[in-house]
Design a binder for this molecule. Structure first.
Ligand SMILES: Cc1ncc(COP(=O)(O)O)c(C=O)c1O
Length: 360
């Protein structure tokens, strides 16, 4: 079996959840587990969080929601951040007791036409200008007027929470405050991971929506909370080879050995989610040392320059993880001009996924 592995440490997930619960003080937590729990596995992650006391789970759509419902008890709310796209989605909401968000009258109509009975969240735009009801009052009134539909809460999303001093945060908080005063609801929610950490003192909200922090990625650069990375991407050395000075490695001969040396061929490539942008600039941890990726990252392999270190066939190679002398997902993403969210959600489906720490 190919050794390319994503190891998910469920104890780290428990640690992060507990830390975020402390930061949330009296507010509840809606765990954002959309996009297959940011690549970590929707079901195992959600089951652990349920066991830790979480009762609200946010997924993308009805398909993810109905899959999750099969594994979570009835008292867990499953919220669809993208709401319903069509009648089939609305049917799934009824069948699997899902809680869609609503941003348009059309979405409400789809639900009522399918005789949906249950809770919805109203999602309002306060300045991000992505999803979110523009006619919040009208939609709020339509929900309130409907005999079979109940309002669970009102949510909005900040565009710049990871830059707490950005002026748009204050504007959005102000706008959400005025919505709170106009539109009654059982719960209000505004903050993702970064907002929970840096901005949640500024307005009273009852439920926080962390995603990335649950997975152990520090959401604000330079503000370390003590989160633990949940995912480790690793593989093994398949071959150790001698390369003479002047010989090149991998496609396009983009790297040429500056002197006689050894390289390690590792069974992990871009089809596993290792970004090709790491060619000639990434690193990986082997036996406690960081070794540079040399040459182009291939579909199934990449190569490391060994220099003076002791490296053998079968040695474990870590591309990101929580340990010392292992690259961090945030650093890897930054090298590729992206964010850890994209790196994690882009991990290949063919990776072996191993769960460590007691499974629920
Ligand atoms: C509406 C909404 N709330 C919360 C989150 C969680 O954000 P984060 O992963 O930054 O905590 C997301 C993620 O994109 C989102 O779309």
């Amino acid at each position: 079996m190919r050794p390319a592995t994503l190891t998910i440490n469920l104890n780290h997930l428990r640690h992060n959840y507990a830390l975020l619960e402390t930061k949330a003080k009296d507010a509840q937590i809606m765990a954002v587990v959309k996009a297959n729990a940011y690549g970590h596995g929707l079901v195992p992650v959600s089951k652990v969080l349920y066991q830790q006391g979480c009762r609200s789970f946010a997924v993308t759509d009805a398909e993810e929601g109905s899959q999750l419902r099969l594994h979570l008890p009835k008292d867990a709310a499953i919220i669809l951040f993208s709401g319903v796209f069509d009648a089939a989605d609305a049917k799934l909401c009824s069948e699997f007791q899902l809680t869609p968000t609503i941003t348009t009258q059309d979405q409400l109509n789809l639900l009522t036409e399918q005789l949906f009975t249950g809770f919805v969240w109203l999602k309002v735009d306060t300045g991000m200008h992505r999803l979110g009801a523009l006619e919040a009052q009208t939609l709020h009134a339509a929900i309130q007027a409907h005999p079979r539909i109940e309002l669970a809460g009102i949510m909005s999303h900040l565009a710049c929470a990871d830059t707490p001093e950005h002026p748009l945060n204050a504007q959005q908080i102000k706008s959400f405050q005025s919505l709170k005063e106009q539109l009654p609801a059982p719960l209000y929610s505004l903050f993702n991971s970064a907002g929970l950490i840096a901005l949640s003192e500024q307005i009273d909200t009852q439920i926080m929506r962390p995603g990335i922090a649950l997975y152990g990625i520090e959401p604000i650069a330079g503000q370390t909370l003590g989160l633990k990375a949940v995912a480790q991407l690793s593989s093994q050395v398949m071959q150790v080879r001698d390369i003479q000075q002047g010989e090149s490695v991998s496609y396009a001969a983009s790297w040429v050995a500056p002197h006689n040396m050894r390289i390690a061929v590792v069974a992990l490539g871009y089809a596993d989610g290792l970004p090709r942008l790491l060619s000639n600039q990434g690193e990986a941890g082997v036996n406690g040392h960081l070794l540079p990726i040399v040459g182009r990252v291939c579909m199934d392999y990449c190569m490391l320059a060994i220099e003076e270190h002791q490296v053998s066939i079968g040695d474990k190679v870590v591309f990101f993880g929580a340990g010392d002398n292992q690259p961090k997902a945030n650093q890897v993403a930054a090298k590729c001009q992206t964010i850890a969210y994209e790196l994690l959600t882009g991990l290949g489906s063919r990776l072996q996924r191993q769960y460590i720490g007691e499974k629920s």
